[in-house]
Ligand binder design. Structure first.
Ligand code: IMP
Length: 427
């Protein structure tokens, strides 16, 4: 069996958690490869409802080994809290392993995230405040502390001492706030190390072993393609790659082993935080989508910006990820709209364009060109077969897939695992 990568195709929050939860029934390994606890994956199954931030959504499967790969930044306090909560609710976490190469989110990363956002003033990115950007910045600046460092107290003390000296200088001299205590941070992270030691591994090896046994491996994406630091709406992006290519790097598996790349799209668009969003609806239709879909962030509780499906962005996402198929989630949210719009192009400075501009200044000036389709005005939440969907819903999906440039594998018509329609097998 090859690897299936499940990738957020828009600005995150597309419903990847549900899709992974569903596919994990057949997988032997489910691995997170990017981001950190900025992600929020809602999963509803027979254990109840969960908002996971770090633990892969495959944790509910009876047989899947769950991995947090080298490409993730880990806040150990959040991870341990999540493990404790899952255990209290009867979910076995003994098959969860974390990469020794993953970088740690340290207390100063969270402080800097807040201080830097404040310093940006009206240019603030609207980060989740979880320390993600500063932690990835330290990784590439070679100032990071990795999970494996927790296993050697001497190495940890030496590295932390050196780095904290530097961080404290910036905290006190640039931002005028109190320094952090080396002893306190060191002792806290030693305790985290003790608790996590048993699950620290070379996770790339676990993936390799599973593939050599011909087992199915799922790569669980976090965030979405349009938040990618290279291809997203930079600088209003996250700090690690949510793309399929990021999956290969973030878990340590060759791109040639990835056999299917499933792009997850919502049937409409949402975005949290700052940055351009051409199809955003700042009117009662946008409010209605938010209300019906309860579009509030799993991680921060912030209201999500809502709008029509943007097929220009979708086509771009398909191209840079190489989707082999797509899942369209939350179709049921559109059940009661008499007419629906899909953005098929942009008007930029009087010209019609069909591409997603790299410059946010240009993207902010793009006016969506819409195609209007009739709504189906009928419930879909009980439907389990594609052909039983109302004809107008099938027409909407077919047009969306045609414009996005990809065939549909799955359609979701509600949050529960079984509220899913398989249109075409993924592999
Ligand atoms: P950061 O990843 O916390 O640095 O936030 C950078 C941008 O990415 C902000 O606009 C966030 O709202 C957005 N973002 C980060 N994680 C998620 C997510 O899981 N879903 C949606 N947006 C996210």
């Amino acid at each position: 069996m090859p690897v299936i990568a499940v990738i957020g195709a828009q600005w995150g929050d597309e419903g990847k958690g549900k899709v992974i939860d569903l596919l994990a029934e057949k997988a032997k390994v489910v691995a997170r490869f990017s981001g950190g606890d900025n992600a929020g994956h809602t999963v509803i199954n027979h254990y109840g409802e969960f908002g996971l931030h770090l633990v892969p959504s495959g944790i509910f499967s009876a047989q899947a080994v769950c991995l947090i790969g080298n490409g993730v930044v880990i806040n150990p306090s959040v991870l341990l809290g999540e493990i404790d909560l899952l255990n209290q609710r009867g979910v076995d976490t003994s098959r969860l392993f974390i990469s020794d190469r993953a970088h740690l989110i340290m207390p100063y990363h969270i402080l800097f995230d807040g201080l830097e956002e404040k310093a940006r003033g009206n240019q603030a990115i609207g980060t989740t405040g979880k320390g993600i950007g500063p932690a990835f910045a330290d990784k590439v600046a070679r100032l990071g502390i990795r999970v494996g460092d927790l296993l050697d107290r001497e190495v940890l003390l030496e590295r932390l001492g050196h780095i904290l000296d530097y961080k404290n200088t910036i905290l006190t001299k640039v931002y005028g706030v109190s320094p952090l205590s080396l002893t306190e941070v060191y002792e806290q992270y030693c305790q985290f190390g003790e608790r996590l030691a048993a699950c620290i591994r070379d996770t790339s090896l676990i993936v390799e072993e599973a593939l050599s046994r011909d087992e199915l491996v799922l790569l669980e994406g976090a965030q979405g393609a349009l938040l990618d630091p290279d291809f997203g709406t930079y600088p209003y992006t996250t700090s690690s790659s949510p793309l399929a290519g990021g999956g290969s790097l973030g878990i340590g598996v060759s791109p040639t082993r990835i056999g299917a790349i499933l792009g997850v799209f919502k049937a409409y668009s949402t975005r949290v935080g700052g940055g351009p969003m051409p199809t955003e609806l700042k009117d009662e239709t946008g409010d209605l989508i938010r209300k019906v879909a309860h579009e509030y962030g799993t991680t921060t509780g912030r209201a999500r910006r809502c709008g029509w499906f943007d097929a220009v962005a979708a086509r771009f996402s398909t191209r840079i990820n190489g989707f082999t198929g797509i899942a369209v989630t939350r179709l049921d949210i559109l059940d009661n709209f008499p007419s629906l719009k899909i953005c098929v192009g942009y008007k930029l400075d009087g010209k019609t364009i069909d591409y997603f501009p790299s410059s946010i200044a240009a993207l902010s000036r793009c006016q969506p060109i819409y195609e209007e389709l009739p709504g189906w005005l009928a419930p879909t939440t009980h439907i389990r077969e594609y052909k039983k969907l109302p004809a107008k819903a099938r027409q909407y999906l077919a047009r969306l897939a045609e414009l996005a440039g990809c065939t549909i594998n799955l359609v979701c018509v509600g949050p529960e695992r079984e509220q899913t329609i398989e249109v075409k097998p993924i592999l």
